[in-house]
Write a new protein. Structure first.
Length: 319
């Protein structure tokens, strides 16, 4: 389905070097902020305490968060837990060192629950108090990085088998570019990096590779149809002919994610924010990072179109 069709191919490859230089600069900037500032890891990774509070009626999590902040807790994480009457409140290790939550440098469970009850009102009760140690957080972080590694390996294997190894290398470089850019944004603005954000990063990997597959498939088709065309023209035509599909697909997805970002509340904010950044840069990397890299790697018609072998029939004569 196409809302519009561009008759003349847009010369993307004429500016391929500029696109790659811009991508390299943004990639290095993201790496710098990751090294200099680091990620603001959430309680799941650093350790802390999770408290589940129950209310007699629907609860306003924003009001609970505001009252906790009035008690000196700077950044309490509150979200609904299962239903509208239960709230999950997370306290990081730094917050647990506050005088209002600790006694003699140690976590005081009674003070902790008392503060939560005071913030929730007289109709609140504590259902569960769970301690999350730094070791568990480190295991979660390692498991997340391991999942990221496996996703990258399987994407490369898939593209190498379906197309050609040059497409696999180009797609992974482009997708890792998206991941590093997302992490760079979170490091620069010191946004909290939580498990939902990690899930969004993995989702962006799968989402971006879909666009790379579409463009790679069109490049392969063009090599079959445009036999006398140069490589740059083949790639330009492939990108131009898929622009309508790209705008429809990414536009509708981005609209949904923006609604999630605006109206989803604090619970979905980090997840939607990572997806918003990932989708925007995913479009750019699939078109203007992946395609130029395949050109620099020397993709050619011979890599994708196998020559047809003519069978030679032996004729026998009888005397």
């Amino acid at each position: 389905m196409e809302f519009f069709r561009i008759k003349n191919d847009i010369p993307f490859m004429r500016h391929a070097l500029k696109f790659n230089i811009f991508s390299l600069l943004t990639f290095l900037a993201a790496i710098f902020f990751l090294i200099h500032s680091g990620l603001n890891l959430s309680v799941e990774f650093t350790g802390g305490v999770n408290v589940v509070a129950h209310y007699s009626g629907p609860v306003n999590v924003d009001a609970v968060r505001a009252k906790l902040q009035e008690q000196g807790i700077k950044d309490p994480q509150t979200q609904k837990f299962g239903n509208s009457q239960d709230v999950l409140i997370r306290f990081s290790l730094k917050e647990l060192e506050l005088p209002s939550l600790a006694t003699g440098g140690k976590i005081d469970t009674e003070k902790l629950t008392a503060n939560v009850l005071q913030a929730g009102g007289a109709d609140a009760s504590i259902q569960n108090v769970e301690f999350v140690g730094p070791q568990i957080g480190a295991e979660l972080l390692n498991d997340g990085l391991l999942a990221l590694l496996f996703v990258v390996m399987f994407i490369m294997a898939y593209l190498a088998l379906r197309f050609e190894w040059k497409f696999a290398v180009a797609a992974i470089v482009a997708n890792l570019h998206d991941v590093v850019i997302i992490l760079g944004f979170f490091a620069f603005f010191h946004w909290e990096f939580s498990l939902p954000v990690l899930a969004a990063v993995l989702a962006v990997l799968g989402y971006s590779v879909n666009e790379s597959v579409v463009i790679a498939d069109r490049i392969r088709e063009n090599f079959k149809k445009m036999r006398k065309a140069e490589v740059e023209h083949v790639i330009d035509n492939a990108i131009t002919s898929t622009i309508s599909r790209t705008i429809i697909t990414h536009g509708t997805t981005q609209t949904m994610v923006l609604f999630m970002l605006i109206f989803g509340g604090p619970t979905l904010h980090g997840f939607a924010l990572a997806l918003t950044i990932g989708i925007c840069f995913g479009i750019y990397s699939s078109v203007l990072v992946m395609a130029p890299i395949t050109k620099w790697l020397g993709i050619s018609r011979e890599d994708l179109v196998q020559p047809v072998k003519k069978e030679q029939k032996e004729e026998t004569y009888t005397l």
